[in-house]
Ligand binder design. Structure first.
Ligand SMILES: Cc1cc2nc3c(=O)[nH]c(=O)nc-3n(C[C@H](O)[C@H](O)[C@H](O)COP(=O)(O)OP(=O)(O)OC[C@H]3O[C@@H](n4cnc5c(N)ncnc54)[C@H](O)[C@@H]3O)c2cc1C
Length: 449
């Protein structure tokens, strides 16, 4: 009985000292397929190989244990006296109610279950039933506790499975139980069909309760197809997750961001959820004491089933102007009406010693260069002062500027969502307010102050 990690080595070494007709008994925790392989190999030299699983659970000593034996009948029959001596026997135990097959070796505590591998296979099933619940909790805790076991150099022991050097991933987040990777040549370039196939395989293998995805252009492309292929619910564009009475609630903007709805998924798990980029701050993630383990999922994706041809990926706004370092920003939105009015914002920016930035429609229209765009597909900024001029406050914009220390919003719509994040607000026409504010500030009074 040796640890699984060195069984092959020990068996090979032992075999060199044996001759035809001899028997090796593997009483360890070998995987039944390994038993079959070893048995077939040793058979060529006439050596028998028996796999004997022993199990009695936590009550083994008190209520008896059993040995489950796999291998050639000839060898098992010859060694019967040994198994009989080792087995606990019936003792004075009451017979299991309803048991109709009396006698035989099973009642004595040992059983020839079948050919090679059968002993450890039956033990596996036996353990599965016996430890089912216990294992569910235990395995989970063990994965967390032993996440970096491959990093530890130590003696081979019977408790530590040989999981190899790949079983480590340096993510180090406290709540990541496992990182699962899928590698397939069909996934070299993005295609909706490829991504759907990979995610389906992952869902089938892991059976998650929820699948959280980032709300990117790619996700918007494949997530509906994935939800449809799985026949599961999809909640998109979420900005927060809250605890509800019957499970998590996902907050998402509705009606152009005028309402924030808390959505509860219906139907079978998993529910698919796309989270808005920036909804949670990466730098707020807790780091764990140990790296998360890495598992490679073996998935075959048939390239012939992919109907799309990948093209060069979409490029996010260039970062030629680093607005993240700006102390003050005046950002303009569609409320500015046209590029001819931009000097109004520029004048205010000059008065404040600020950089000019914009919401996405302004950059999409080419009124300002792309590197001036703030938001989920633009820059993320955290200035001391952010003046939002004629910007509604869509979540994609807000995630890029909500880190500003002081936010001033100028908007003629008192219900505009930008006021939810604003410290100061002016409800009114920007074309009247901006010139007055700029004049009041005076260009020399505030610059650098
Ligand atoms: C995947 C994706 C990524 C995106 N990424 C970004 C991003 O990075 N950055 C970004 O900004 N957006 C992004 N968007 C777009 C975003 O959803 C909004 O459409 C956009 O932010 C709206 O810009 P806005 O506030 O300038 O325009 P609008 O929503 O049209 O708002 C204009 C505002 O101006 C006000 N207004 C009009 N006239 C006046 C006036 N005379 N005086 C005062 N106020 C006035 C109106 O009341 C209104 O609130 C993204 C969208 C998607 C789908």
């Amino acid at each position: 009985m040796v640890p699984a990690a060195i069984t092959d080595k020990v068996v090979d070494e032992l075999a060199t000292h044996l001759q035809s007709g001899d028997t090796i008994i593997d009483g360890g925790n070998s995987y039944f397929r390994d038993d079959r392989r070893r048995s077939a190999h040793l058979k060529k030299s006439g050596i028998h190989y028996l796999d004997v699983g022993t199990s009695g659970g936590v009550w083994g000593l008190e209520r008896g244990y059993c040995m489950m034996i796999g291998g050639d009948k000839e060898a098992v029959d010859r060694l019967d006296p040994i198994f009989k001596a080792l087995a606990p026997g019936r003792g004075n135990l009451e017979r299991t109610p309803g048991r109709d097959k009396l006698g035989g070796t099973a009642e004595e505590g040992y059983l020839h279950c079948g050919t090679s591998g059968a002993g450890h296979f039956v033990k596996m099933v036996h353990n599965g039933i016996e430890y089912g619940l216990m294992a569910a909790f235990g395995e989970g805790f063990d994965i967390l506790a032993s996440a970096n076991v491959s990093l530890k150099k130590g003696q081979v022991d019977a408790e530590t499975a040989p999981i190899g050097d790949d079983y480590v991933y340096d993510i180090n987040l406290a709540d990541v139980a496992e990182v699962i990777t899928i590698t397939a040549s069909a996934l070299a370039g993005y295609t909706a069909d490829g991504w759907v196939a990979a995610h389906r395989a992952l869902v089938d293998a892991v059976k998650p309760s929820f699948v959280l995805l980032t709300h990117t252009y790619q996700t918007r492309d494949f997530a509906p197809a994935l939800a449809s292929a799985l026949d599961r619910a999809l909640i998109t564009d979420c900005t927060a997750i809250k605890a509800g009475a019957s499970g998590p609630l996902f907050t998402r903007p509705m009606f152009q961001g005028k309402l924030a709805a808390d959505v509860r998924p219906l139907g079978d798990a998993p529910c698919l959820v796309t989270m808005q980029i920036g909804a949670y701050r990466a730098d707020a993630a807790r780091r764990g004491a140990s790296p998360a383990p890495l598992r490679a999922l073996d998935v075959a994706i048939d390239a012939a089933t992919i109907r799309q041809v990948p093209e060069a990926p979409f490029r996010e706004a260039r970062q030629a102007v680093d607005l993240s370092q700006a102390e003050r920003i005046v950002a303009v939105g569609r409320g500015i009406k046209g590029p001819e009015h931009l000097p109004l914002a520029q004048a205010l920016a000059d008065a404040l010693g600020a950089q000019v930035a914009a919401s996405r429609p302004i950059c999409d229209a080419g009124w300002l260069p792309m590197e001036r765009q703030i938001g989920s597909s633009g820059q993320t900024v955290a200035p001391k002062l952010y003046v939002a001029v004629g910007i509604s406050g869509a979540i994609q914009h807000v995630v890029g500027m909500k880190g500003a220390r002081t936010i001033v919003a100028i908007n003629k719509d008192a219900e505009a969502p930008i006021f939810e994040v604003a410290d100061y607000g002016y409800v009114g026409d920007l074309f009247e307010f901006l010139p007055a504010l700029t004049a009041e500030l005076g260009s020399d009074a505030v610059k650098g102050g």
